[in-house]
Write a protein that binds this ligand. Structure first.
Ligand code: BJ8
Length: 426
């Protein structure tokens, strides 16, 4: 890795804290990812991206900024990357997945806040996230109460926070509200970038993002094979890199990986032996470097074959139609696409459990692990009815609640092993 110290210092990072984070990240990555057996060659690209996640990629963002492009950071899959691309902006995900500097976060947030929010604040207050510091606009959204209220606290800490309102019900008025919010967001982006969104630029943005989502969907489908051609950890990593990488390069790399996986499937080559217990995960998103649960599962004689999560199927499942001729038509198409996202902040939210069932069948999973972050009310509240409905239809479900610490790792392993035993007895 080149020396990026000057760049980090120019971004105002706390170099000591940042070094500590990189060293934890580097050793966790080596232990969790590089130690896996039979990894596809195509994962080398993602290893490289991760090794340069605070280096080369940030340099690319700084170069883009020097050319007058804007970097837009966001925390939710309801923020359309298509609109950001339509003003030639760069979209980056800001969700954080490490227990870092929680002491400072807990000085400004209640202790009973989920780790995802605490981590984002820990990163901001500790000045260790170059993505956040490089962002010209930070986009928040009114989803769960935790995020909604925490943006009031984030506002004075970042240079330009834009908060998007979101509906909570899948009604006509909810859809109209979402479309209006996307119109307002488009206007905000035009103002920030000084560039006008045209039907052509928006269509181009939609095509780029559709291609990226299609590539990840192709990866999802390949995971239905037994033996699984790729580990759940590596597939999760691809879904995580989705939020950071250049979209066109990312799409090419995922498609290349899928070409290789297709060959593996034809030859019957896998990462784990044929017949290994197949699980899928459903619930809260897992941001980098939150790899705890998949790592525990895949070191307990099971393989993860799908993620019903925003860092997973919920983020990529729907495509956007491009049949509109005007910007307004295309914003309408975007609204149609995004309004289908079945995040637990919606009430009621029946399509989510229906899709878990569909995924389980398609991917030949034996059981479902429902993953909630502690203090995440929407997903914890939904987990009871989801478990009941899945068990009722003969789909064994394990409901887990955890955080970013390693304290419960032993307990989680015991519960997961018992669940796998239950599945294997069937
Ligand atoms: S569309 S899942 S990315 S809101 S874990 S912060 S919900 S208390 S992340 Fe999400 Fe958008 Fe929904 Fe997806 Fe709140 Fe829960 Fe924390 Fe969460």
């Amino acid at each position: 890795m080149s020396d990026y110290t000057q760049m980090w210092s120019d971004l105002g990072l706390d170099l000591k804290g940042h070094d500590a984070l990189l060293s934890i990240l580097g050793s966790a990555y080596a232990d969790i990812f590089l130690s896996q057996k039979n990894r596809p060659e195509g994962m080398k690209y993602f290893d490289f991206v991760m090794s340069e996640v605070h280096g080369l990629r940030i340099k690319e963002l700084m170069d883009a900024k020097a050319q007058g492009r804007k970097v837009i950071g966001s925390y939710c899959v309801f923020v359309p990357e298509e609109l950001i691309l339509a003003v030639d902006g760069v979209s980056v995900g800001l969700c954080a997945g490490a227990e870092f500097n929680f002491e400072s976060a807990e000085e400004v947030l209640p202790r009973n806040t989920c780790s995802l929010i605490k981590s984002a604040f820990g990163f901001k207050l500790g000045k260790i996230c170059p993505y956040l510091e490089a962002s010209d606009v930070v986009v928040g959204e009114n989803t769960c109460d935790g995020k909604k209220k925490s943006y009031e606290i984030l506002d004075p800490l970042v240079k330009d926070l834009y908060v998007m309102d979101l509906p909570q019900m899948k009604s006509e008025s909810g859809r109209a509200m979402l479309k209006e919010e996307y119109r307002k967001f488009a206007a905000k982006l035009e103002k920030a970038s000084g560039k006008k969104i045209t039907a052509e630029s928006l269509k181009k943005g939609i095509d780029i993002v559709n291609a990226k989502r299609k590539a990840v969907k192709r990866l999802t489908e390949l995971r239905s094979a037994d033996p699984a051609p790729i580990s759940g950890l590596d597939a999760l990593l691809v879904n995580q890199v989705f939020f950071y990488d250049d979209p066109v390069r990312f799409t090419e790399s995922v498609n290349k990986l899928c070409d290789e996986l297709e060959e593996r499937v034809k030859k019957g080559t896998g990462v784990f032996p044929k017949g290994t217990t197949r699980l899928m995960i459903s619930g809260c998103p897992m941001a980098v470097p939150n790899w705890k649960l998949p790592w525990i599962i895949e070191t307990s004689n099971a393989v993860i074959v799908g993620e019903e999560s925003c860092v997973g199927e919920r983020g990529v499942r729907w495509m956007t139609d491009t049949k509109g001729k005007t910007v307004d038509d295309l914003i309408d198409m975007l609204t149609d696409r995004y309004f289908q996202i079945d995040c637990a902040v919606f009430t009621p939210n029946p399509s989510r459990v229906d899709y878990v069932k569909e995924m389980k069948k398609k991917l030949n999973a034996k059981g479902i692990v429902h993953y909630s972050l502690q203090f995440c009310q929407p997903y914890i509240m939904e987990s009871g009815p989801v478990e009941k409905e899945l068990e009722k239809t003969g789909m064994p479900t394990l409901r887990l609640e955890t955080d970013y610490s390693q304290e419960d790792a032993g307990q989680l392993k015991t519960r997961i092993e018992a669940f796998i035993e239950r599945l294997n007895r069937k």
